[in-house]
Design a protein around this ligand. Structure first.
Ligand code: ATR
Length: 311
């Protein structure tokens, strides 16, 4: 069956985008464009390679061009905190921004997503949200089939994605959380924040000296084919984890997930997390319920059709 020809983009086409570096292999355009098409919306979602030093310039370009929404990925999620005009409670709570909603005042003077307004006359502001944090909890439950509450968790990575996951899992009531990061001081800073905000959680820096229920990989090492495994298996054998979640979704089975499967662990890749946070972003931008099944099918097709690597 041939693909329907998309309508040409015009001045009334609504624009959303993903910005990151590297971005070439992002599967999120397939997911969002399929969602827009399923609802008959004249929207487009495009991937842009944006270096961190150009993020502020990109922000002003998007504001001037009437963008409705932007999704942020590596390495922008923490940097963006200081570049928003206003932060939603989710970005405040989880310390990172992955979804930007462009807003303007409606006729009653209420700030409203630009994508839900007929026209925009006044100033536009950028509101930063975090939809990653809830998505990791849902992915652990639905895809890895492990309940995070009360679990012992080893988290690799303390960048934007790792930080949001750590804070959200602490809020969810994990029992013990080990934070392992290349830059140990970043893991220590995050551990101090968790200890202060979630005193019931036993938080430690480094590798566990015991088994864990969940191991989560949240670094960007593995986005390139030549990257080494993100964990020294001699220091922490994967057989010590019941389940391993890799936020990378391409290839569907990363070297870490393959090793985990061979060690007898339950495994899941980052596809579910991408889908759940993407569906939440879709709803924030458009104000319409996301067609999750359509978006999932498009994502799986995109990832299976192009064996690049991405998160
Ligand atoms: P994101 O917002 O997607 O988390 P980020 O904030 O740039 O992106 O974080 C990247 C994460 O991957 C960090 O934990 C980073 O470790 P550092 O804090 O030491 O920078 C980790 N990371 C990136 N490249 C890595 C590599 N080659 N080896 C190990 N960890 C790496």
């Amino acid at each position: 069956m041939s693909e329907p020809t998309p309508k040409p983009g015009t001045a009334s086409t609504r624009l959303a985008a993903v910005w990151g570096s590297p971005i070439r292999h992002s599967a999120s355009p397939a997911m969002h464009n399929a969602g827009f098409a399923a609802l008959g919306l004249d929207w487009r979602y495009v991937a842009f390679e944006v270096a961190p030093e150009r993020l502020a310039v990109a922000r002003e370009g998007a504001r001037a061009m009437g963008f409705c929404g932007v999704y942020l990925t590596v390495p922008h999620k923490v940097l963006a905190l200081g570049l928003m005009d206003v932060l939603d409670a989710s970005a405040e709570a989880w310390g990172a921004v992955n979804t930007v909603v462009f807003e303007a005042e409606n006729a009653e003077g209420v700030w409203t997503p630009v994508g839900q307004l007929r026209s925009v006359t006044g100033p536009v502001r950028l509101c930063g949200h975090n939809t990653d944090a809830d998505a990791i909890v849902r992915a652990l439950r639905d895809d890895l089939l492990i309940e995070p509450r009360g679990a012992r968790v080893l988290l690799l990575g303390a960048g934007g994605a790792g930080k949001a996951a750590a804070l959200r899992l602490a809020d969810e009531g994990v029992e013990t959380l080990w934070l392992q990061n290349r830059t140990a001081s970043k893991a220590a800073g995050l551990a101090a924040e968790i200890a202060q905000r979630f005193p019931a959680v036993d938080v430690r820096v480094g590798l566990p000296d015991t088994d864990v229920e969940i191991l989560i990989h949240a670094t960007s090492s593995g986005l390139k084919p030549e990257d080494p495994l993100p964990l020294d298996l001699a220091s922490y054998p994967l057989a010590r984890a019941d389940g391993v979640y890799d936020m990378i979704y391409r290839p569907a089975e990363t070297p870490l997930l393959r090793a985990a499967r061979q060690a007898g662990c339950r495994t899941a890749n980052g596809l579910g997390m991408l889908l759940y946070q993407g569906a939440a972003a879709f709803e924030l931008w458009t104000g319409r319920p996301a067609p999750v099944d359509v978006m999932r099918t498009a994502l799986v097709r995109e990832v299976q059709g192009h064996p690049g690597e991405s998160r």
